[in-house]
Design a protein around this ligand. Structure first.
Ligand code: GLU
Length: 305
């Protein structure tokens, strides 16, 4: 497996030149277009790594897996899905159009920005710091990495330039989709998107979700099997933005991507895979990262769909 992973990362590296790093969050624009790494964490406790597997980057949308899991754990399925839907969309992750046109104005799913902003608003903790502590704690348990933290530069960069997210949040506030101070809610959202991980952390997180909530490395029970089932289902249908259909067909794994260049895949009963390559396609998915997953699926039978 170690050799296969190293060869796959090497073979996919030329794809980095076909993508662009996200620059709408200025701090993300500083990433190295050619960086590429991957890690596999199997459910027996083996870890395989290749390329820039230990380079840190921000989770961005992958953090929405954490907030969804936490919301389901604290509030239950019924309340969570009364506030956000569970349907895929063919629009970009930060689109405003559908939210305004649909009635009621309920975000289609928890993995688009509007849905994640709603989740940030309903997490039942006393204040922003308590919310963020719970999110960080859950991320550390899922990854087994106690040193995970927020990258302050990326967080401030998002906060000062997040006009699209502000537009979504103020619209949601005007239609009672969120309650409370909009800037405070956005602050939690920007902070959790800016949590910093490596491809190896994502691999372990994917393995924990694959193992129905038991982290195979720390042996901690982090989530219930039912929450993991819901998370994996939404990763298939909505995890890679408006590219989710193509990911399901070509890669055949439950995946969640982020504009920081990470993709986390979770193969039930088998393994988690983390990839990192900040050069993105026009939908916001890592180009070379997706190729790594596709090659692993195609040539090594790791497809589950
Ligand atoms: N923080 C990013 C944003 O709000 C997350 C986008 C993403 O990774 O999809 O635009």
């Amino acid at each position: 497996m170690q050799m296969i992973l190293e060869q796959t990362v090497k073979a996919c590296s030329p794809w980095c030149t076909t993508g662009k790093v996200a620059s709408y969050i200025p701090e993300l624009g500083k990433a190295d277009t050619m960086a590429l790494g991957a890690a596999i964490a199997d459910v027996k406790g083996n870890i395989y790594t290749a390329g820039d597997y230990d380079q840190l980057f921000t989770m961005q949308s992958i953090s929405k897996v954490v907030t969804l899991s936490l919301a389901l754990m604290e509030l239950g399925e019924e309340i969570v899905f009364s506030k956000v839907g569970m349907e895929a969309v063919a629009d970009p992750f930060n689109s405003i159009m559908r939210l305004e046109m649909d009635k009621p104005h309920k975000p289609h799913n928890p993995f688009i920005n509007s849905g994640a902003i709603v989740l940030a608003s309903i997490l039942p903790y006393s204040d922003n710091d308590a919310k963020m502590d719970a999110i960080l704690d859950m991320t550390r348990q899922l990854t087994g990495n106690t040193s995970i933290n927020v990258n302050k530069e990326v967080y401030m960069s998002e906060k000062f330039t997040g006009e699209r997210n502000r537009a979504l949040a103020y619209f949601l506030s005007s239609t009672q989709g969120i309650d409370g101070d909009v800037e405070e809610i956005l602050d939690v959202y920007f902070r959790h998107c800016s949590m910093e991980v490596s491809a190896k952390d994502l691999a372990v997180m994917g393995a924990t979700i694959a193992e129905d909530g038991r982290n195979p490395y720390t042996e901690e029970e982090v989530l219930s099997p039912e929450i993991c089932r819901i998370v994996r289902a939404l990763m298939v249908t909505c995890g890679t933005y408006d590219g989710s259909g193509e990911f399901a067909v070509r890669i055949g794994m439950p995946c969640k991507s982020g504009v920081g260049g990470g993709i986390m895949a979770s193969l039930p009963g088998m393994m988690g895979i983390g990839v990192f390559g900040p050069a993105l396609d026009y939908r916001g998915n890592s180009v070379a990262g997706a190729r790594i997953l596709e090659m692993l699926a195609e040539e090594n039978g790791l497809r589950i769909l």
